[in-house]
Design a protein around this ligand. Structure first.
Ligand code: 13P
Length: 247
């Protein structure tokens, strides 16, 4: 069942922007039963959570450091996310893998520290265009999942959502076809079955991200095996995001 609609604001929204945005969003999606969440910049995390505390909108961070504390200038730890009462954090987004050279091992440590602090995780995975052209997409997903989830207990997977975001579909307008998404979700479930077991594989929640828009949401919503969407560019406009949620 599709019921997760998460917005990744990336490095775009100030608190002033978010106040206006959520004011309108709450009016438009009033009564909607879906799970709606916003991944905001660290600087506005506490304020946004406070602003939305009496609403059903979840608030998440876009990243965390994997150490408890220490000499890591400019970084934010899991206790700091907890202090803001963050509901969740994105981990392993392809922009972090690409621009900040995040490795699967670091991503694994980030997931572990968040589990320890009881913060839910949206764990992003996805292949590049080159991986796909070379026929390596499945192998890459296997590496990302097996290394990222190393040492993560079965019961902790209840607090982890997998976001399948093919890198070539992010911010490009080149949405993956339903067939490709279905195949990839099937691979993801096979991998989870391999790493854990059939029950976990059936229960694991997978959402799709990559050029989701109000124009293609009806088509994408026909996919039976996904649980929702992670939206970047189109989520920056509150009407567009609401249209996607209310589709
Ligand atoms: P776009 O929706 O802009 O393609 O971004 C997707 C994304 O990166 C969400 O995390």
């Amino acid at each position: 069942m599709i019921n997760y609609y998460f917005a990744n604001f990336k490095m775009n929204m100030t608190f002033e922007d978010i106040k206006n945005y959520t004011d309108s969003l709450l009016k438009i999606i009033d009564g909607n039963k879906n799970k709606v969440g916003l991944f905001v910049s660290h600087t506005v995390l506490c304020q946004t959570k406070e602003l939305l505390k009496d609403t059903s909108i979840l608030v998440g961070a876009q990243n965390v450091h994997y150490e408890e504390k220490g000499a890591f200038t400019g970084e934010i730890n899991a206790s700091m996310l907890k202090e803001c009462d963050a509901d969740m954090s994105l981990i392993g987004h392809s922009e972090r893998r690409k621009y900040y050279k995040e490795t699967n091992n670091e991503i694994n440590k980030k997931i572990k520290i968040l589990m320890k602090h009881n913060i839910k995780v949206v764990f992003c995975i996805g292949e590049t265009k080159q991986d796909r052209t070379l026929g390596n997409a499945r192998k890459v997903l296997y590496q990302q999942l097996s290394n990222g989830l190393l040492g993560i207990y079965e019961n902790e997977l209840e607090n982890i959502i997998i976001a399948y975001e093919p890198v070539w579909a992010i911010g490009t307008g080149e949405t993956a076809s339903n067939k490709l998404i279905e195949e990839s979700v099937c691979h993801i479930k096979e991998i989870i079955k391999d790493l854990y077991n059939n029950t976990i594989s059936e229960k694991i929640r997978v959402i799709y991200g990559g050029s989701v828009t109000p124009q293609n949401i009806k088509t994408l919503s026909k996919i039976k095996t996904i649980h929702g969407f992670l939206i970047g560019g189109a989520s920056l406009n509150c009407n567009n995001f609401a249209e996607i949620i209310n589709n």
